[in-house]
Design a protein around this ligand. Structure first.
Ligand SMILES: [Fe+2]
Length: 324
């Protein structure tokens, strides 16, 4: 190695090592994830609604990272919520509820008129809506409790807790700081252990797994504590929580199978702008059907490209059946 090469290579290697360390370090010192809760919020199960009679399927629509009001000079930023609303209105009888995986408003402006209009759409059309909390929701110094109150004011659900619909339990967790925290993990385990629902899934904002097949979520995305990720997968395996849905890493569409009955799916953003490189990307949303006769969750991926919605692919996740 000549002197010129080492001049650049050594700082590069040192910087890479630092980034790798930062991306995987333990952050046990942050234990305030569950501030505001005096007791286990996952034990207080809330019903999302009653299932349709004679229907053994549960269907829901899922999206992440809507980033309302995200703008940029090159006009790459495209708000796809109007197309999502049209799709929902055209198929309003097909879906039992809608799930948002967080980052709903770009600056976390809880008073933004566009945000209130979007939430009012669900209220006006009687569409059940359940939301996780994204890191952008906390950007304007608003607390989780304020977002909980906002959703409640429109008759909607969120942002932490266990929500049930028929045979399904949905655990909504807070990962906005890239960790779950020991309190949240122990409360989750307590709730999983006494949950007799046939099927269980989990939703959160930040991807737990990252860097699979060298995808670029390795740095700065994903849970910051690898021990926590392992703990999540251990509990999912033990208590039959079959799928973990999350967003945050806008490019998304990344599926990680931990075992036959434990998978993580990282959803791509609804919004049409690539996060880091800031160029145009299609927006995505997903429709899911839980088929209890086959104990499967079928997920269809929908792409929105310049306003045109097309179905991209369909895949299935095996569900651990709590009845057996
Ligand atoms: Fe986001």
């Amino acid at each position: 190695m000549n002197r010129r090469t080492s001049k650049f290579l050594i700082p590069f290697l040192m910087l890479s090592a630092l980034l790798m360390t930062l991306s995987s370090c333990r952050l046990d010192i942050m234990t305030d994830i569950m501030d505001g809760y005096d007791s286990n919020p996952f034990l207080d199960r809330k019903m999302l609604g009653s299932t349709r009679q004679g229907d053994d399927e549960i269907t829901f629509l899922l999206f992440s990272d809507a980033h309302l009001n995200r703008k940029d000079e090159d006009s790459w930023a495209e708000d796809n919520t109007p197309y999502l609303e049209d799709f929902l209105l055209d198929n309003i009888d097909d879906y039992d509820f809608v799930i948002s995986l967080g980052d709903i408003e770009d600056a976390g402006d809880i008073n933004a008129p566009e945000l209130h209009e979007f939430l009012k759409f669900f209220e006006d059309n009687g569409i059940t809506y359940l939301s996780a909390l994204g890191n952008h929701e906390l950007q304007s110094f608003h607390e989780r409790s304020e977002w909980n109150a906002l959703y409640e004011s429109y008759g909607l659900f969120g942002t932490v807790g266990c929500y049930t619909y028929g045979d399904l339990s949905i655990y909504v967790t807070d990962s906005t700081k890239r960790i779950y925290g020991r309190q949240q993990l122990s409360w989750l385990e307590e709730a999983f252990a006494c949950d007799s629902s046939r099927y269980k899934i989990m939703i959160t904002h930040v991807n737990t797994y990252s860097g699979g097949t060298f995808d670029s979520s390795l740095l700065f995305f994903g849970t910051a504590d690898i021990a926590e990720r392992n703990e999540i997968y251990r509990m999912m395996t033990k208590y039959g929580v079959s799928v973990l849905f999350n967003g945050h890493f806008h490019t998304g569409n990344i599926r990680s199978n931990h075992s036959t009955y434990v998978s993580e799916f990282n959803a791509a953003a609804l919004h049409s702008r690539e996060l880091i490189k800031s160029w145009y990307t299609p927006g995505y949303f997903y429709t899911c059907t839980i088929d209890s006769s086959a104990s499967q969750l079928i997920m269809d991926t929908w792409k929105i490209e310049r306003g045109k919605i097309t179905e991209e692919k369909s895949e299935s996740f095996a569900l651990r059946d709590g009845m057996n």
